[in-house]
Design a protein around this ligand. Sequence first.
Ligand code: COA
Length: 384
Amino acid sequence: MKVGVLGIGITKFGEIWDKGLRELLLDAQLLALKDAKIEAKQIDALYTGNMCGDSLSGQLHVGAMAAENLNLDKASIRVEGACASGSLALREGVLAIESGQADIVMVNGVEKMTDVSTEQVTTALMGAGDEELEGFNGLTFPGLYALLAKAYMTKYSKLTRDLLAEVSVKNHFHGARNSYAQFKSEITIDTVKNATMVADPLTLFDCSPITDGAASIILASEKTAKAMKSQVYITGSGLANDSLSLARRSSLTSIPAGAVAAQRAYSQAKIKVDDINFAEVHDCFSIAEILAVEALGLAKPGEAYKLYENKDTYFDGAHPVNTSGGLKACGHPIGATGVKQAIEAVEQLRGHAKNRQVKDAKIGVTHNVGGSGATVCVHVFKGE
Ligand code: COA
């Protein structure tokens, strides 16, 4: 499989007071068109990742909005898979091209989250869990990941509190080098440990924030992409699913769907884990990054702590992870996150990542999780 990337566009992530859902989406779309050097009418189909348009902005039908923004009558749909909505939209775009239904596709992700209270956001996000078993009983997403952190750190005691905090310290270090990141401040282990407790053991600085933002990427068939001298291709797309609730999960110390999705993507791309030069992973909470690097095979089960002990996951380390700043520092506008991860992969493979550039990057993977692991989507990107 080989689908080219023609262009990318991304808005600033954070609390964007002066833009609504529509304007954020439009800004990213226009930036991607400009980068791709194509006109909107050349697009055959649009896929837009969005989770909370209805619950936080009263706006459903975001697929139609994406087409209307560009004055197009082309096929355009919203894709929803909780926090994995963006990568699911990307996968739909890849499949549309692979099936021959489309030659050029625009994939978007957008979320407007900061116009309502944290309580409203927390309730809306809990729709990604199991309402009967979890939401109804008072669980929240920080609570769910705190349970995973407790289970993991009980089984694997070598992941100390300080090493878990290192995940956020490293992601803030990268975020400080990313112009569109929500948080551009470097922090220390003490910042994480001394911050307000959200859900034991996770403090404020173990959590991704609430974020507005949008991202767009334009894909094309290999033939068109080659003709347009594209430097980056998607060569693998793996998707796997598991139970909505943690109660029905086979493991609380891993995210099984992550490993399955990764193997599916690697096998399609014909790569081995050793071929990977960098990864953008779903660190909605610090423990999620630990589970992600193990799911991708970058560390054996229970051994991710070694990567953080050795500082391997920095952009100039042996296994760079989340050079964008991840969800923690870059921000997590739910539907846009999966597309943002793809944009970071493209920036790295084009050699445009400036002071967070991974040296000689040729292969990168993105890993995007919906809920507490009920959906995981992994893509492989190759630079040429
Ligand atoms: N990391 C660091 N700082 C953060 C932060 C975060 N995750 N979230 C908020 N802040 C900062 C704000 O910038 C603000 O700083 P300021 O006072 O200097 O302006 C301060 O903390 C208070 O912000 P506020 O928005 O009032 O925080 P809150 O208490 O309402 O929300 C959380 C904090 C952690 C509860 C919220 O960000 C959250 O729910 N995050 C998880 C989102 C989630 O579940 N996503 C889905 C994952 S699957």
